[in-house]
Design a protein around this ligand. Sequence first.
Ligand SMILES: Nc1nc2c(ncn2[C@@H]2O[C@H](COP(=O)(O)OP(=O)(O)OP(=O)(O)O)[C@@H](O)[C@H]2O)c(=O)[nH]1
Ligand SMILES: [Mg+2]
Length: 223
Amino acid sequence: MLERIFAENDQTAAANRADFDHAAVTAINLMSSPGAGKTMLLRETLQRLRSQLRIGIVEGDIETSIDADRLDGLGAAVSLINTSNGFGGECHLDAPMVRKALGRLPLSELDIVIVENVGNLVCPAEFEIGEHARAMVYSVTEGEEKPLKYPVMFRSADLVLVNKVDLIPHLDFDLQTFYTNLRAVNPQAVTIEISARTGLGIAQWCQWLCDRHRQNRTVPATL
Ligand SMILES: Nc1nc2c(ncn2[C@@H]2O[C@H](COP(=O)(O)OP(=O)(O)OP(=O)(O)O)[C@@H](O)[C@H]2O)c(=O)[nH]1
Ligand SMILES: [Mg+2]
């Protein structure tokens, strides 16, 4: 049963991926536990990149348009998908949900689509949505041990953005222990320390996005 669900999901993920590739769009799956800072990061990202890249956002939430509203007016096409609206209130986005949201985005006029997944540290990582890369926002308020306790998302991330570093002086949080734990489950992931509040590291993240898009456009899809 579970295998069938994943097989069907993967088929739709492949269709999403084909649509992204056809439109020369780079798709990023942005995941984290609730409140790690995805939407605040996206606001900063749009403010910095709107003049360089045409960005579309798929905003995934169980209910409400709160986050989609926060991204309004920043130059991005935003497509909201509420999982409580016909998708059983799921705690993640899957490929069919993203496909529905993509129908409301002008893909041929975009360079990058960032999918803000539902805030959840477990389920979103289990579903391919047709993305080219996975970026994870991890907040230092979550504790050093999370890569060991919730390895699936950390293991599948191409990039881990270590957010809210402005709060470190107020926390009992050891950054080196976190990195040791992260490396134990994912030795390859790129890491960038950021603060969506102060702007620290946001330029580096924007550079990563631009590089990822350039790389995507120059490497043939069959490789
Ligand atoms: N101090 C500090 N606060 C931050 C930072 N980034 C985000 N926040 C705060 O953290 C809270 C959650 O941020 P959001 O951007 O809503 O987080 P999210 O991951 O989009 O949350 P969900 O969509 O509900 O999963 C907000 O109160 C933000 O102001 C940061 O770098 N430093
Ligand atoms: Mg959010």
